[in-house]
Design a protein around this ligand. Structure first.
Ligand code: DGY
Length: 327
C-alpha cells in the first residue's frame, strides 16, 4: 500500500467504480471520484489533468487520437479499466513517457459467458421470442413456427484465441461444437481445447456455422468481417461479437442479415456505441446487448482492483503487472 499522507499520488477517476474499489483507491491515493457518474468529455478530463499524477479511465470514455499528446506532464500513468486498449494509442503514450496498464484475465469468464449467451440467443431467437411474449403476439404455437437454429454439434470458428477466445472454446466444447480458430499464431495444445488452427482467417470461414469475434481491435482486424469474408461463411451462418464493434463492417453485416446470407447475429459491441447503426433495431434476426461483457459486480470489482494494483506498483517504482508500454 502507498504511504498515507499529503504526498500520496493524485488520481483522477473518470467514472463511478464499485464501492469497494472507490473505498480502496481513496485510502491509497488522493483520488477524485465521479460520484454522479457523469461522463467527462476529453476536454473536461484534459482541463483538470494538470492537478493529477495519474488517471484511472475506461474504454467508455470518448478520448480520441489527440488525447495522449495533449496530456500535461504531470500525468505519469493511465490505468484503463478494460482489457481492450484501442481507445488509447500505446505508441503515443510510450513516446510521451506515460505508462499505460489494462486489466487482462479478470473479465475472461464473464465475457466468454456473454459470447455463449449471444451464440444461444441469436440462434434460438431469444430476442424475438422475448418480444413475442412481452408484446402479446404469442399466438398458436405450430410445429413450424416460431423456429430457431441448432447450436449443439455445430461448427464454431473463433477469431482471436486469446484468453477470452480460449474460454469460449472451453464452453463450446460442452455443447459438442466442432471448434476452429484463427489468430496471429497458434496457441499451445492445452489452450486450443481441441480447436483446429487456421493460419489464414479466410481458410477458417467455410468451417464456421458460427463465427465468434474475440480478437482485439487493431489496424489488422478493423473491418475484417466484411462483405468479402461474410461471403465465405456457409449460408445461414451466425456471427457474434463481444470484442469491438469496428471489427465488423456494419453495412455489410446488415446487408447479409437482411438478404438471409446470415441467419442471425448476436452483438454486445458496436462501432460508435451507444449510438449504434439504427438499422440493427429494425432487424428481427439480431440479438442485441449494450456492451455488458464484463458487467457483473464481481468482475467489475476485480477490474477496479487490478487498476489499483497496477497504480500502486507504478508509484512504488515497480513495473506494473499489466504494463502495456514496456519494451
Ligand atoms: C474491455 O474490458 O475491454 C471491455 O470491453 C469493457 O470495455
Amino acid at each position: 500500500m502507498a504511504a498515507a499522507g499529503p504526498e500520496r499520488p493524485r488520481i483522477l477517476v473518470t467514472r463511478k467504480m464499485m464501492p469497494d474499489v472507490e473505498r480502496r483507491i481513496s485510502e491509497v491515493f488522493r483520488a477524485t471520484l465521479n460520484a454522479e457518474d457523469l461522463p467527462l468529455s476529453k476536454d473536461e478530463i484534459l482541463a483538470q489533468a494538470a492537478q493529477y499524477d495519474g488517471i484511472l479511465l475506461t474504454s467508455f470514455d470518448k478520448l480520441g487520437p489527440d488525447f495522449i499528446p495533449a496530456l500535461p506532464p504531470s500525468i505519469r500513468i493511465i490505468a484503463t479499466h478494460s482489457v481492450g486498449y484501442d481507445h488509447l494509442s500505446i505508441p503515443q503514450a510510450r513516446a510521451k513517457g506515460v505508462a499505460v496498464t489494462n486489466t487482462p484475465g479478470v473479465l475472461t469468464d464473464a465475457t466468454a459467458d456473454i459470447s455463449m449467451l449471444l451464440i444461444l440467443g441469436a440462434a434460438r431467437g431469444a430476442s424475438w421470442g422475448d418480444r413475442m411474449v412481452r408484446g402479446n403476439t404469442w399466438g398458436e404455437t405450430t410445429l413450424v413456427s416460431p423456429m430457431g437454429h441448432d447450436v449443439s454439434g455445430k461448427r464454431l470458428g473463433i477469431l482471436g484465441m486469446g484468453r477470452i477466445g480460449q474460454a469460449v472454446a472451453m464452453r463450446a466444447r460442452g455443447f459438442g461444437m466442432e471448434l476452429h480458430y484463427h489468430s496471429r499464431k497458434p496457441v499451445s495444445g492445452d489452450d486450443e481445447h481441441g480447436a483446429r488452427y487456421h493460419a489464414r482467417f479466410e481458410d477458417m470461414l467455410p468451417h464456421c456455422d458460427f463465427l465468434s469475434i474475440n480478437c482485439a481491435s487493431t489496424p489488422e482486424t478493423r473491418g475484417i468481417v466484411n462483405a468479402k469474408t461474410i461471403s465465405q461463411l456457409p449460408d445461414g451462418a451466425i456471427v457474434v461479437n463481444t470484442a469491438r464493434g469496428d471489427i465488423v463492417d456494419d453495412g455489410d453485416l446488415i446487408a447479409a442479415l437482411s438478404s438471409g446470407k446470415l441467419a442471425a447475429a448476436g452483438l454486445d459491441v458496436f462501432k460508435g456505441e451507444p449510438n449504434i447503426d439504427p438499422r440493427y433495431r429494425e432487424l428481427e434476426n439480431v440479438f442485441l446487448l449494450p456492451h455488458i461483457g464484463s458487467a457483473t459486480p464481481g468482475t467489475r470489482s476485480a477490474m477496479g482492483h487490478k487498476c489499483i494494483d497496477n497504480l500502486e506498483q507504478f508509484f512504488r517504482g515497480e513495473k506494473p503487472t499489466d504494463l502495456l508500454t514496456g519494451d
